[in-house]
Design a protein around this ligand. Sequence first.
Ligand code: PNS
Length: 162
Amino acid sequence: MIVAIYPGSFDPITNGHLDIIDRARKIFDHLIVAVLQNPNKVPLFSAEERKRMIEEAVADFPNVAVEVFDGLLVHFARSRGCRVILRGLRAISDYEYETQIALTNRKMAPEIETIFLPTSTEYSYLNSTVVKEIARFGGCVRGLVPPGVERRLREKFSSVPR
Ligand code: PNS
């Protein structure tokens, strides 16, 4: 039984992330989407909000679970019996950063392999920062994020002066 972990900030989850989850759940026996609670960053959504939005989006995927973690990813992965860390690669520009994370994690936990999945081309330009920028200034994010995220972004920014 291969358990894979898909870590990230997911602030918020986009359809690019969801595409990776949907493809990975068909490869691995069990997939844990791990939401980082990062004390060094002030996110738009709390870790619990981010978790809930992902749970809604993956409700039809029986072998996918969502958890919040803090501290080192490899410690969390070990505690869940994960042998694979999964990351999406959008473009060559992601490669350097992702390799640095992967090699750091391998140094600390050689028994855990990082596997990269290329993002589908229609989402290769997409990230959470772009989505927040569009939503903040009243643009339409339909098709870029799951419907529950679109609604929450609208709620979040309707009360914030631009
Ligand atoms: O979505 P992101 O912000 O690109 O995800 C980055 C993430 C969560 C994969 C990375 O920051 C992480 O694993 N942080 C936990 C701390 C850790 O384990 N650091 C050592 C590896 S860099």
